[in-house]
Design a protein around this ligand. Structure first.
Ligand code: 9MR
Length: 457
């Protein structure tokens, strides 16, 4: 009995110790999962967290310090617009746009191109054109600028703010609109031809809930999708005042259900409910599988175009505000990784499967690791340089029928099902001989049996 009781108490002690050590492990794992920057938190669910950047502030060390610590996506606030890039017809100036892009790339950030065509910030010469001369100039602008940044931007706001405010849901009158209602699709086709790797977005404001304007855009996207006009994403600027529409998430979701990525592109929020509303908006994005990320329109309150409204996440001195914590907590709470339209009950994840391509001398190889569940998967693709360094690469994945890509990171894709090509983004095209880089994507359906091949470019 004595022996038994001693052995029981030993067992009890052992299990107490085990529980204690498990508890400690669990605690460690929990805190390791709670990332401490916006970019790292968003990355936990494959999303980005971005900001608008102004070239004139790149010498400000507080500004750059926050930029490089917190953000994984960058939008040029003004430097890639028409007046900045083509001040004289057919003479292109990329100095400040390139500065922003290069500073982003050298810090491992990606770039949203903003904006190819817009009724505002047109150079004077374009404002003076009309009809076919303007149409031609506009398409040339799209082609030239998208070609200059080919392979370097994650997405382009191809057309910005082309819909009218008010209850009509129609197009805004502008010199571009007067060249013909098809100007938007012509711009998207030109952008696709110039840079097949960039996601092409339509971007607008006051479209953050279900209303006449957002429905007008919804109808356009639906029409583009049905006719094969290339469009990949819709940007919701989300310049908000103290509240978000109650149907904010539902609005994002209805666009996502059309098969486009949704992005929150210029978020800033004024008012006393600021912190809470930032949380609401962030949770809405996290709940929509095709919401790829959030961009705030500036870093510190003093950087905002909304002078005196203090609508951003950092105060004038660069300190984190309550709104920052609200966003970080919402990002760390996690979010949707599959589309709500497919079964989301995960089964036991399958053992990761890996397929590797045959090495090509001087080229590259790729391998795909798959983590699958019932109705969805995440694929991680490793790109390895051969005996010579790569300066760019393209991976072709062949997905089995029924598999559809819903979201990708660190590569630009063309197509979402069947044969999908993935092109490096600005910061991961260069791979030293024998070294590797990774990109990934998630999707619905089953990707079992996916194959891949890699080519240098
Ligand atoms: O923040 C930009 C500001 O510096 C410019 O003066 C202004 C010019 O129109 O554009 C601001 O950014 C706008 C963005 O490009 C498109 N959506 C609305 C933004 C705020 O006006």
């Amino acid at each position: 009995m004595k022996t038994t009781s001693r052995s029981l108490s030993r067992a009890a002690l052992a299990s107490t110790l085990l529980a204690a050590s498990l508890g400690a492990t669990l605690l460690l794992a929990t805190s390791a999962g709670a990332a401490t920057t916006l970019g790292a938190s968003a990355a936990q669910t494959g999303r980005y967290f971005g900001t608008a950047v102004s070239a004139g502030k790149l010498g400000d060390s507080t500004y750059v310090g926050i930029l490089n610590r917190e953000f994984t996506m960058v939008t040029a606030e003004n430097e890639m617009k028409w007046d900045a890039t083509e001040p004289t017809q057919n003479q292109f100036t990329y100095g400040n746009g390139d500065r922003i892009l290069n500073q982003a790339v050298s810090n491992g950030q990606r770039v949203r191109g903003h904006a190819l065509l817009w009724h505002q910030q047109q150079p004077g010469w374009a404002q003076g054109l009309s009809g076919s001369a303007l149409r031609q100039a506009a398409i040339n602008h799209v082609t030239q600028v998208a070609t200059h940044y080919k392979g370097k931007v994650y997405s382009w706001d191809v057309v910005n703010e082309a819909f009218a405010d008010g209850g009509g849901g129609g197009r805004r009158d502008s010199n571009l609109q007067r060249t013909g209602n098809d100007w938007i699709e012509a711009a998207f086709r030109a952008a696709r031809a110039a840079d097949p790797g960039a996601k092409l977005c339509y971007n607008d404001y006051n479209t953050d809930g279900v209303n006449a304007k957002s429905t007008g855009i919804y109808t356009m996207v639906q029409d583009f999708k049905s006719r094969g006009v290339p469009i990949d994403c819709v940007g919701f600027q989300s310049h908000l005042s103290n509240s978000a529409p109650g149907d904010y998430q539902a609005n994002l979701q209805r666009f996502a259900d059309l098969g486009v990525e949704v992005q929150i592109t210029e978020l800033d929020i004024s008012g006393s409910n600021q912190a809470a509303v930032y949380g609401t908006v962030t949770r809405a994005c996290m709940a929509v599988a095709r919401c790829a990320g959030i961009t705030v329109w500036g870093i510190r309150d003093s950087d905002s175009w909304r002078t005196g409204e203090n609508p951003l996440l950092f105060d004038n001195n660069g300190n984190k505000k309550a709104a920052y914590t609200s966003v970080l907590d919402a990002l760390n709470a996690g979010g949707s990784t599959t589309t709500p339209t497919t079964p989301t009950t995960p089964t036991t994840p399958t053992t990761p499967t890996t397929t590797t391509t045959t090495p090509q001398p001087g080229g590259c190889t790729s391998s795909v690791s798959l983590n699958s569940w019932n109705g969805g998967f995440v694929a991680t693709v490793k790109v390895t340089a051969g005996s010579t360094a790569l300066t760019g690469w393209t991976v072709t994945t062949n997905l089995p029928s029924g598999a559809t890509v819903t979201n990708g990171w660190s590569a630009a894709n063309s197509g979402t099902s069947g044969t999908v090509t993935w092109t490096n983004v600005g910061y991961n095209g260069s791979v030293a001989a024998g070294q590797s880089t990774e990109f990934g994507f998630q999707g619905t359906g089953s990707a079992d049996g996916v194959t891949s091949s890699c080519a240098a470019r």
